[in-house]
Structure formats: C-alpha cells, structure tokens
Design a binder for this molecule. Structure first.
Ligand code: HEM
Length: 502
C-alpha cells in the first residue's frame, strides 16, 4: 500500500519535534498572561474596616446608625465600604461623594435595595410600589401622576383651603388647653394625618382630641417604618434565608399595611359605586379611579405616601419647635417676622416669600435633623467607578446627609442652630446644593418635596404666631437633640399670644 505524502509527513519523528512547541503554545500563553503580563486591575473597593467573620455576624444585629457611619468615615474617608454578610455597603459622607452618587452616576444608583421586610414579590414591587426601579414604567408613571395631581403649584394652591381648615382646628383645640401641658408631637401628628386624609380621599383620619385613635394610626405607621429600618439577617444572607422571616419583620409590615388600608377601604368602595355617575370630590382618589387604578394599586400608593410623608413632616415641625425653644433669640426673631406679615383673622394670607426667617428656620432644622439621615438605600445597577474606587454591582449605597449637614469644612459652627446662615445664602434643599440634601437629589429625590416645603412652614408659622410656648420638661439635653427620632413626647405649654413681641 502506498502511503500519501501527508501521512508520511505526519508520522515522521522530525514532524513530532516540530509540532510540540505549537501544541504547547496555548499553555505557554496561559502561564505568561497569568504571571508575567501585568493586566490592568479594577481599582479596589472603597476603604473600610476589615471584616472579622465572627464579629461581623453579631455586628449585623446592631443598627448601623448615621452617627456610627459618620465616625467610620472620619477614619476611612468620604467614601467607605463595609461587608455585611453577603452584602457590600457603600456610604458617601461628603458633598463631593454625594455628587458622584446622586448626580454623576445618578442613573446607575437610581435603583433601590428593597428590604426583605417589604411583603411584596419582585413582580409586585415593579408593578405597585415606590420600591421599584426608577427607570420602570410604573415608577415613571406614578411619579408623574403624583406630580400632576398632588404636588404641582396648581394642586398645592387648591389644597390651601383644606390646610387652613385643619390648622384652624389645631389652633382652636390648643386654645382650650391654654396653660396646660400638651403633647405637641401628638397634636401636630393628628393635624398632618388629617391634612393627608383630606388631600387623598377627603376625610379626616383621626379626631384631634381622640388620643386612642391617634396612637393606633401612629402605631401602624411606625410598625412599617421600624420593619423596613431594623437590621434583618434576611437582608445580609438573602440566598440562605429565602422566604424565611427570621425576625418576623415581614409579618409586622404586612399586618401594619393591612390595618392601614382599613382607613380608606369604605371610602374607596363608596366612591366606586358612585364612580359611574360622577367623581365629584376631585381629590386624589377620584383622579386615581378615573385613571383606572385598581384597589390594590390605590392601597399601596396611599400606604407608601402616608408612610413617607407623615413622620418626616411631623418630625420636622416638632424639631423646629424644640430648637426654637432652646434658642430664644431665634424664636423672638421668628415671632417678629410673623407678626409683621401675618394676620390673625385671615389664615388665607400666607405669603411664604415674605417670610425669609421662617424658611431659614426650616432649612436649619433639616440641616441638623434630616428625618431620613441616610436617605433610603440606593442600589448599584452595575459595577461602577466612584472616586477611583470600585462600587460592585448590587452594592447597597447610602448617602449620610446627616454627616454632610454637620461637616465642619462646609458649615461654620456646624452643631449650632443658626437660621441666619441661610439669610444671605442661596443654599436650598431642592437637590442642587449637595451640602444640604434632606430630600436627596436626582432621579430619586423625594417627590413630596414641593408639598413638604410649603406645609412645614405653614403649620409652624401658625403655631408660633398663635401662642407663646414653654417647655414642661427642661431636661431636653444634647442626647435628645442628637438623635434622629424624637422618642420622648414633646410636652409644651401654650399661652395664647395677645400682643406683638418686643
Ligand atoms: C420634611 C419632609 C420630608 C422629607 C425630609 C423627605 C425626605 C425624603 C427622602 C430623603 C427620600 C429618599 C430620597 C433618596 O433615597 O434619595 C424620600 C423619598 C420619598 N418621599 Fe419624602 N420627605 C418628606 C416629605 C414627603 C411627603 C410630604 C411625601 C408625600 C406626600 C413624601 C413622599 C416620598 C416618597 C413617595 C418617596 C419615595 C420616592 C422614591 O423612592 O422614588 N415625602 N423623602
């Protein structure tokens, strides 16, 4: 049999010697590329404390507060990272770091880390909730509806009459308690809750005098807030925990939500019955029904607006009162301004633009006591470079606006309550000044900002204008002032004002 030239070539020993290096080439390439060629490496994670496997787990059960995170950032810098279980947490604590998160890379960080305690499936979140992705159609749509029907200049003007009614009720009720100690926190809470009830579905939610009912509503609002903010092992080890609810927080949230929906269940039912005929109230509920919103969609939207709006608004008003009582000079300046502009007999006249000191007081409170000290958790949609560090995909990202508001390189005498610092300054909280971010900035900025910016000064003005206040308990110390939540009741004594302040 005759062998072909090719076969001869392949079987000759010289050919084997020639082919050997060729066959080894991929292996050689692998070794050289791995060990000898210096590949560009990703920059490291932002600096932070080295995780210790055992302690880290115990640490997860303690809340990481804005104060402890601010202390860490003093050691490690304005952008830090921490390993919490399987999760990477990144915290920005300077205006420059906040710009990177909320402006330069706003799109990347506009997703949210949804707490395990939120009792919704992933598809329900995308379909029903503010926890959804900022780029989703649902969120764009719902933010647009809120803007048009609740927070536009026209809607806010239309709500003014209703705010006046609720404020008149509040002032009337306080007049009957002159000289006695009142829990101002509860009175303000009831007023704010009823403003929301009337704006959303034209009904009061609580009686101003009904303590039990007020406590009940406060209880389930707090229930939801505590469930989503408490440390939860399920957030740190999602793969191991799955649907298991280790601390019962999901259950707590679900129960509180369902009790809250009971507040408007009857109204929605009645409104739907009359819906065919005519939606006369022209409140937010009518607007939603006429847009075809289902009961499930209405429940979730109302629940989230109330949870996000009531505690923040109430605590800002209470905090300002407390700061003004601890700073009599500021209180007198504010009273003088209010007396030169407002008129007791006409709550309708409220020219906010003529009340710069009032606006400065609100800004100063929000600088020192932003109700959402770390904003709500954002999430990195993809791996991203921030200040020459790598922030990995799915990292939980917080902005410590409390620390930024007290940064001594930005603010003179940062812990002092000095509204004057805003009088000749253009600094505002609308999301353009990254030294003052109580409402956040960018795609995720608080949608309720236009309402909060009007209703907080409105309520505050009538409280300060109508009464002289004194603290029942003078033990309000620095610790009380330093916490973000006002845990103690704010007990004050109102005395009706009879003449203008000196
Ligand atoms: C002084 C009052 C208020 C403050 C300080 C405040 C602050 C905030 C902050 C910091 C966020 C998160 C921003 C972020 O994660 O980047 C937020 C979100 C939100 N706020 Fe407010 N808020 C206030 C009042 C209100 C009011 C009155 C409403 C509604 C009536 C409201 C509705 C919401 C909603 C629905 C969200 C979630 C938005 C989203 O995730 O896209 N807030 N707010």
């Amino acid at each position: 049999m005759q062998e072909s030239m090719a076969e001869l070539f392949l079987h000759s020993p010289q050919t084997h010697i020639l082919l050997l290096p060729l066959l080894l080439l991929p292996l050689l390439y692998f070794i050289i590329s791995k060990h000898l060629i210096k590949k560009p490496r990703n920059p490291p994670l932002p600096p932070g404390p080295t995780p210790c496997p055992f302690l880290a787990t115990i640490h997860l059960l303690k809340p990481l507060t804005h104060v402890s995170l601010a202390q860490l950032s003093q050691t490690y810098g304005p952008l830090i990272s921490l390993k919490l279980g399987m999760e990477t947490l990144v915290v920005a604590s300077s205006p420059a770091a906040a710009v990177e998160i909320l402006k330069t890379n706003d799109r990347t960080f506009s997703a949210r880390t949804v707490p395990h305690a939120v009792p919704l499936t992933a598809s329900e979140i995308e379909r029903l909730s503010f926890w959804g992705d900022a780029l989703s159609d649902h969120l764009k749509n719902v933010r647009a509806i809120c803007r048009a029907e609740l927070f536009s200049a026209k809607s806010l003007e239309a709500q003014r009459r209703l705010w006046q009614e609720k404020v008149a009720e509040m002032v009337g009720s306080l007049r009957t308690k002159e000289g006695a100690a009142v829990d101002l926190g509860r009175v303000v809470f009831a007023t704010v809750v009823n403003v929301f009830g009337n704006v959303l579905f034209s009904e009061d939610i609580v009686g101003v005098e009904e303590e039990r009912c007020c406590n009940e509503v406060r209880g389930f609002l707090r229930g939801i807030i505590q469930a989503i903010s408490a440390p939860n092992l399920a957030d740190f080890y999602p793969l191991f925990v799955g649907k298991f609810d280790p601390h019962g927080l999901r259950k707590k949230h679900r129960e509180s939500s369902e009790r809250m929906w009971g507040l408007w269940e009857r109204v929605v039912r009645e409104r739907r019955r009359s819906a065919e005929a005519e939606l006369k109230n022209r409140d937010f509920l009518d607007a939603l029904i006429s847009r075809g919103f289902t009961d499930e969609e209405i429940n979730k939207l109302f629940e989230e607006l109330l949870t996000a709006g009531i505690d923040t608004t109430t605590s800002t008003i209470n905090r300002t009162m407390l700061e003004l009582l601890s700073s009599p000079e500021s209180m007198i300046k504010l009273q003088q301004e209010l007396h030169s502009v407002l008129n007791q007999d006409s709550l309708t006249d409220f020219p906010l633009e003529q009340l710069p000191y009032l606006q400065a007081c609100v800004k100063e409170t929000l600088r020192l006591h932003p109700p959402a000290a770390l904003l709500l958790a954002h999430r990195a949609r993809e791996t991203c470079l921030v200040m020459n560090y790598t922030v990995p995909r799915d990292a939980r990202v917080l902005v410590n606006v409390w620390a930024i508001g007290r940064d001594p390189t930005v603010w003179e005498e940062p812990v002092e309550y000095r509204p004057e610092r805003f009088l000749n300054s253009t600094r505002d909280f609308k999301g353009n000044d990254f030294e003052l971010l109580p409402f956040g900035a960018g795609r995720r900025i608080c949608p309720g900002l236009p309402m909060a910016a009007k209703i907080v000064p409105f309520l505050l003005a009538w409280l300060v204008y109508s009464f002289d206040w004194s603290l029942l308990d003078a033990t309000v110390d620095e610790t009380f002032r330093a916490t973000s939540q006002m845990v103690q009741p704010l007990l004050l004594i109102p005395r009706a004002r009879k003449m203008s302040p000196e």
